[in-house]
Design a protein around this ligand. Sequence first.
Ligand code: SF4
Length: 373
Amino acid sequence: MKFVDEFRDPELITRTAAEIRRLADPQRLYRLMEVCGGHTHAIYRFGLKDLLPENIELVHGPGCPVCVLPMGRIDDGLAIASDPNVIFTAFGDMMRVPGAHGSPLQHKARGVDIRIVYSPADALKMAQANPSRHVMFFAIGFETTAPSTALTLMRARALGLRNFSIFSNHVTIIPAMRAILDSPDMRIDAFIGPGHVSTVIGCRPYEWIAANEHKPVVVSGFEPLDILQSIVMILRQLNEGCAEVENQYRRVVPWEGNRAALKAIDEVFKLRSYFEWRGMGFISQSALAVRESYAEWDAEQIFPTSGLRVTDPKAAQCGEVLKGVLKPSQCKLFGKECTPEMPVGALMVSSEGACAACYTYERRRHYLVSAGA
Ligand code: SF4
């Protein structure tokens, strides 16, 4: 398959891994953060860490939108769903995310009308098919998914559809990267930049990281060779003492981003002054709220919610894992109280969550090794 087979070519991967070993200075420790949860998943899935020398450490970043959503937002969304006239819709990976009183799936089992959709447009169609009910879409994601939510609201307004709204939990990646760089317990040498978000925002928004923080950023694709090539590009920069933004994922990411998608976001959304990120606290200007001009389709304005802050269970160490301070398996609950079947934290829910990826692939590998396969 084009753009898959050549990026999984064993010979090229072996050669690129050898180049990484040649470039890595044995006297130095390299800490590279993969910002995107899709990269975390690919790194575990393809066992890429096994191809790297020990002094290259991959640190998982905050780029899984389900994982960074604080519990209070889930509770607020579910409070809206408790209105018998409301149909709560969300993507499937939201369904098992725990709130203080259970996940959306557990609420569904208690009789709340909660349905999985594959896109906000599906939720809009549901509203058209159920004119006597109110369909609320629990919108989540970075700049990658915000354009489709924005276009759906523009469509709802064009149709004059009044029984549809969104509960916006869209977040933006750059303020989170700034918060990581400002964090005192964080030492990152470079970023493997998020490929999906960058298809929308382009590469320019990372330039301050290279210019002001002197950290290389290489926007990367998601196949094994993409990630290994990105590491080669980063090592070359670090060895030469330079810091630039480079685009390894040129086959998908335009340097200037997607202007039409950015325009749609700007039409419908404005920046919130601050927003809570699970494990990272409040980050200013890091999330999107619906503009006043679309207030009639804004669930937060239609259904007042408590907005209460809900803390994670005390033993859960999601915050430390999200900030890259701990590895998933170092959390006290990992694989015991917290598993993909019975998640305590959101990082164990989404396939892009570091804990879920680690649990799925590392445990399988240990099983195969111990079985002599
Ligand atoms: S194992 Fe569970 S509780 Fe611990 S960090 Fe991961 S998701 Fe959070």
